[in-house]
Design a protein around this ligand. Structure first.
Ligand SMILES: Cc1ncc(COP(=O)(O)O)c(C=O)c1O
Length: 394
């Protein structure tokens, strides 16, 4: 017995008890009125999380990888070219998905750990590009890119390229403004900020994207959003939906909207600041070197010289049932990732940091126990100045 498991990978995240209970029920008829009422309530609330009034949300029984495919095949025609950036495992993966589907991809290599600079969009965007692919929060490196600046760079080139944004590890935990940033297609999965088990891929499409898809796109079947949008109007799907996960989604949306999106983002920022303070106190590096691009949903920590992150991760798992994220792709062994997104509070972050410290020491790294935890506690301390922000009396 090790107490509760600590799932501190950057997704899947902890599923709150309330959400688990909401899914613990009999499956209902997905062609009946109760299900239609559920779906008709979910779609406008999902739109609120994407911060859109003009976008249409489409829910697939898939993972984020399926949502990648959906975001591409509906709006791109065979032979279309896109501009993409390689600055981490997922941005490279999104570009590879486009290439595998037969689209031409101009891939701009960047340092893994860097954000997408608007200047790179300005430099590489050409009239033949039909879309620009951006990962808002690169989950392999803990780097947030400035989607608004990318949009402005597209506009400055007078390009009509669609802006397609992967918001898999940002939606529901970091500020993502579909309408304000004039995103054309955004996508996410259920297992991160939405606090659900894996199983849903979600896409949000702008009126322009819906129009492009209505007239064109690629040969497609399962991911064709046209019949889904049609059936959704009455609360149904053209296939068997993930009924129970949708009941969980209802509960998760109620939780997010009751907390308020601004509070959700502020909580994630506070937790992230605590983790970053701990990493600095340990004398370790944060892979993201641009403070303005720090991710508030995860931190990729650079390993001390001579210590493989897989050893640390195995130690944390075996000793404490603490799951930390591995280094992906070329970062294998070089970083470990602490997920601090979803249903999470300060005490859970402190426990996680305490576990990382113990595991680091037991792996032979001379970190002074308690230093990271104390640094995070300092960030979490409610002072007179921060009391108002936190909604507490001093
Ligand atoms: C940014 C990003 N995009 C895409 C994916 C792929 O999603 P999935 O694993 O749900 O297919 C992930 C998964 O972690 C991700 O973090």
């Amino acid at each position: 017995m090790n107490g509760r498991p600590f799932l501190q990978i950057p997704g899947p995240t902890n599923v709150p008890e309330r959400v688990l209970r909401a899914m613990d029920r009999a499956v209902i008829d997905h062609r009946g009125p109760a299900f239609a009422a559920l779906v008709r309530g979910l779609l406008p609330d999902l739109a609120r999380v994407f911060q859109t009034e003009r976008g249409r949300v489409i829910v697939y029984p898939s993972s984020g990888t399926g949502a990648w495919e959906a975001s591409l095949v509906n709006v791109l025609a065979p032979g279309d070219r896109v501009l993409a950036f390689d600055h981490g495992h997922f941005s490279a993966g999104f570009a590879a998905a486009a290439r595998n589907l037969g689209f031409g991809v101009d891939l701009v290599p960047l340092r893994w750990g860097q954000s997408v600079p608007a200047s790179a969009v300005a430099e590489h965007l050409r009239p033949e590009h039909r879309a620009v692919l951006v990962v808002h929060n690169e989950t392999s490196t803990g780097v947030r890119s400035d989607v608004r600046a990318v949009r402005e760079a597209i506009d400055a080139k007078r390009s009509d390229a669609l802006l397609i944004v992967d918001a898999v590890s940002s939606l529901g935990s970091m500020d993502f403004r579909f309408d304000e940033w004039r995103v054309d297609v955004a996508l996410t999965g259920s297992q991160k900020g939405l606090m659900l088990p894996p199983g849903l891929g979600l896409v949000c499409a702008s009126p322009r994207a819906v129009e492009v898809a209505a007239k064109g796109g690629s040969p497609r079947n399962f991911f064709d959003w046209r019949p889904i949008l049609e059936d959704n109007a009455a609360g149904f799907f053209p296939y068997t939906p993930a009924t129970l996960v949708l009941f969980g989604l209802r509960e998760a949306l109620d939780m997010l909207l009751a907390e308020g999106l601004d509070q959700v983002f502020a909580r994630h920022h506070r937790l992230a600041e605590g983790v970053r303070a701990a990493v600095r106190a340990w004398g370790l590096g944060i892979l993201c070197e641009e403070p303005g691009a720090y991710s508030d949903s995860l931190t990729a920590v650079v390993m001390p010289e001579g210590l493989d992150s897989n050893l640390l991760i195995a130690r944390a798992r075996d000793r404490f049932d603490l799951a930390l994220g591995v280094g992906l792709g070329r970062l294998r062994g070089r970083v470990f990732r602490i997920g601090h997104l979803g249903a999470l509070g300060e005490l859970e972050v402190l426990a996680t940091l305490g576990g990382v410290e113990l595991a680091l020491r037991e792996c032979g790294h001379a970190v002074a126990l308690g230093t990271g935890v104390a640094a995070a506690q300092e960030r979490f301390l409610v002072t007179e100045r921060t009391a108002a922000e936190a909604g507490l009396r001093a």
